[in-house]
Design a protein around this ligand. Sequence first.
Ligand code: FAD
Length: 244
Amino acid sequence: MAIVSARVRTAQMVASNVIHLQIERPDGYAWQLGQFARIGLNVAGEEVFRAYSIASTPESDTIDFFIAHVTDGALSPRLHALQAGDDLLLDTEVNGTLLPSRLEEGGKYLWLMSTGTGVAPFIAMLSDRALLDQYERVILVHGVRTWDESGYLSRHIVPDPKIQVICSVTREEGAMLTERIPEALESGALEKIAGIAIEQATSRVLLCGNPGMVKGVRNHLKSRSMVSPRAGKPGQVLAENFWL
Ligand SMILES: Cc1cc2nc3c(=O)[nH]c(=O)nc-3n(C[C@H](O)[C@H](O)[C@H](O)COP(=O)(O)OP(=O)(O)OC[C@H]3O[C@@H](n4cnc5c(N)ncnc54)[C@H](O)[C@@H]3O)c2cc1C
């Protein structure tokens, strides 16, 4: 592990509570789709670091993040104050197990289920041609409270006939889904909209974001015999929680 200084190339608010940061990629810095970086700032003489999923592909010359503003948070409000040309701290060791390459081979449908900025690693995945080519369809499910929290996706996902985006908006009208993701899975509404069933033989599922969503979906998928890879046994589900 080494901490280096890295420069912000662009800093843009993409929703009222989400900033998109593009960081200059330092020489030799490498990552895989689905991994996260630790970035930080010096706060009152102390280095404060947090994990953020990387939203750009491994070929990109910037390391991209989508970061929610957490009221009274130790780091995120300070990251929201960054501007192009500012520096931040970057841990050169990348981590994470939300790697599509860990999923059991042979799936036809890749489901990417997220809440809020949990969509970040999926933005990178949806830009990766090799990953899209592995599946017949890729279904991105984005759970948010308001439309504003999801609107930026259309600017960061290149339309592709293989990609279907389903938003669950819980506090405003007009979405295809108004239930939270676990309830929409339980009721069958999610699969009805997608027009495909989530089954062990054909589907692979990645989950990222709010631990309530992750737990609810995981438990439901277990009842369909869909589990995470473990001790050399193949699995169809991988998850990343943003907090405990
Ligand atoms: C592997 C991993 C990847 C992550 N990737 C991202 C990412 O890509 N984008 C991102 O915005 N956050 C991400 N997070 C969360 C991030 O690490 C911080 O926890 C978050 O920015 C809050 O930090 P803070 O110091 O401002 O708040 P803290 O003072 O540390 O407060 C933490 C609390 O903030 C809330 N919180 C944390 N993250 C979020 C969030 N995303 N949305 C709403 N509430 C939240 C939770 O209640 C949590 O208990 C990730 C976390 C992990 C473990």
